[in-house]
Design a binder for this molecule. Structure first.
Ligand code: FAD
Length: 522
């Protein structure tokens, strides 16, 4: 991995922020905004100590740094409403407000320079599982909650959310502000397609309950709305019966066309109750350069033949699938899986299979996180690029990007994900933006770099985007990172006008989530 003593550099970065915020602290105590906020009933939840400020100034990307004036750790959702209402009408000093889940964004999206960052996690855990005739099982969860906690709580009732992200230490409000995608999306839609109702505090400081039937404009705007219209304090999430275990399979391809043909066939089986459907379909690009990110799945005895296949082809494509099972389907799962996979064109003998617990499967990235933390490779810059690529151009993307940029440059460290999704599992009324084709691919360059060379990775990202632009490949960024209005207009396309109108309606003073840089340039 290209690293420049990352741990030392990360500690140095935090120390520098701490030092500079320490110097600033006496200034902060006299900061007119802080002094004004002290007059509110939330005074005891306001924090300006160096640690709180330093933490809210960085995110998982470790690329952007914006120092807020104050951090609010609310005790109740009402505390947030008090703050927002004050910013909206009574404050003599204009300031912005950003909800912060875990700060797992990579480009400052949860930051608020000179404003107030709301540390949502202080609201604690709240999950209530219920059942109704019309919805079946559902969970009411706090917007601040980690998906891992939602999983643990729902499993106590034998039920589980159906749509996931690869990593579970993300907050409900954070992923619903984007979309929340993973290998289950082809079948159940993104997480935003699995929400029945939300409580939201809008940019005017008002509480609203919204759903497809109640305040639908707010409901659809907020889902995938990049935090622009309100702060989600509760979401009602769809649940299904919880399986017990997963058969987890990886199959290797040297031929891209065979790889995508098979992936597309697998996601075409997507009925909710189909025994012949998979539960999870993803894929990855395997190169020698990023082998640290994928090798651990394979047994020591399989690795030599895998590496020699890789030497022969330089690039390999891996389809990753899972089929869940419980006591009822234990005896049939192997047969069902065999039927589903029987005509696939992976390299013969390069199918690898594991049988793991359901939670271990869903929480698989946690194990990688703990290893990377131990090696000092977790708190390093993450110049990620996530794209949605229309199916009709994925072969051009393979040639132009994977072969002619990524392989040629040979700097890519970290996983590169490639998997298709079905457009009809997304709801066009929501703010999230996807390509206009029945099937599109997500391509995630989940890069990790050193502190001194992340710009090199960013240059590669720019080259990828330029290649797409020059060749008319109409990609959409997921977890988008733009800075000009023109770019945002282009990103939202026909949805831009509605997005602007919703902003004017729900956050007219443009207070919320300024770090997205859509309506704020700070
Ligand atoms: P933050 O980064 O804190 O916030 C993100 C945005 O949402 C900000 O603009 C913030 O102001 C806003 N926001 C936060 N909370 C609320 C709220 N309650 N109400 C309204 N707005 C709010 N994403 C996927 O879709 N699929 C994946 O598989 C996936 N894997 C990941 C793996 C890792 C290791 C990491 C670091 C990220 C991954 N992500 C994935 C991206 C993740 O969805 C985003 O980082 C997302 O922002 C959630 O992170 P967070 O909860 O920390 O939110």
């Amino acid at each position: 991995m290209a690293q420049n003593h990352p741990v030392v550099s990360h500690c140095m970065a935090i120390t520098l922020i701490l030092m500079s915020t320490l110097v600033c602290q006496s200034k902060l105590l006299n900061d007119p905004l802080y002094r004004e906020l002290l007059s509110l009933p939330i005074a005891s939840d306001l924090h300006i100590d160096p640690e709180s400020i330093a933490e809210a100034s960085v995110d998982f990307g470790l690329i952007v740094r914006k120092i807020p004036a104050v951090v609010l750790r609310p005790s109740h959702p009402e505390d947030i409403a008090v703050l927002v209402a004050f910013a909206n009408s009574k404050s003599s000093i204009p300031f912005t407000i950003s909800a912060r889940g875990c700060g797992h964004s990579v480009r400052g999206q949860a930051m608020a320079r000179d404003g107030v960052v709301v540390d949502m996690t202080s609201l604690g855990n709240k999950t209530a599982v219920s059942w109704s005739q019309s919805l079946g099982h559902y969970a009411d969860v706090g917007g601040q909650q980690l998906w891992i906690n939602v999983l643990e709580e729902t499993l106590k009732h034998g039920v589980t959310p159906v749509s996931w992200t690869d990593y579970l230490y993300l907050t409900v409000g954070g992923t619903l502000s984007n979309a929340g995608i993973s290998g289950e999306t082809f079948r159940y839609g993104p997480q935003i397609s699995n929400v029945y109702e939300m409580d939201v505090i809008t940019g005017t400081g008002h509480f609203f309950t919204c759903s497809p039937h109640k305040n639908p404009e707010l409901f659809y705007s907020v889902l995938g709305g990049l935090g622009q219209f309100g702060i989600i304090t509760r979401a009602r999430i769809a649940l299904g019966q919880a399986p017990k275990r997963a058969i987890w399979v990886r199959m290797l391809y040297s031929d891209f066309s065979a790889f995508t043909t098979d992936q597309e066939r697998l996601i075409s089986l997507h009925g909710r109750d189909q025994d012949e459907a998979l539960d999870y379909v993803e894929g990855q690009l395997f190169m020698r350069r990023n082998s640290d990110s994928w090798i651990s799945f394979f047994s020591l005895s399989d690795r030599p033949r895998l590496m020699s296949l890789l030497t022969e082809h330089e690039l390999l494509y891996c389809i990753e699938v899972a089929k869940f099972y419980d006591e009822r389907t234990r005896s049939t799962v192997d047969k069902d899986l065999k039927t589903i996979l029987k005509d696939l064109s992976h390299v013969p003998e390069f199918l690898f299979q594991k049988d793991v617990g359901y939670v271990d499967f869903l929480n698989r990235v946690r194990a990688e996180e703990l290893t990377l933390r131990e090696l000092g490779l977790w708190n390093v810059p993450h110049p990620w690029l996530n794209l949605f690529v229309p199916k009709s151009r994925i072969a051009d993307f393979n040639t132009g990007v994977f072969k002619n940029i990524v392989l040629r440059k040979n700097i890519t460290t970290g996983p590169v994900l490639i998997y298709p999704m079905n457009n009809d599992k997304w709801d066009d009324r929501m703010s999230a933006v996807i390509p206009d084709e029945d099937v599109f691919y997500t391509v995630g360059f989940l890069l990790s770099s050193g502190f001194k060379d992340w710009q090199e990775f960013d240059l590669q990202n720019k080259e990828v985007l330029l290649f797409c632009e020059d060749n008319g490949i109409k990609v959409k960024q997921y977890l988008p990172n733009y800075s000009t209005e023109r770019e945002w207009m282009q990103h939202f396309g026909p949805k831009w006008r509605a997005f602007q109108e919703s902003k004017a309606q729900f956050d007219p003073k443009m207070l919320l989530s300024p770090g997205q840089r859509i309506f704020n340039q700070n």
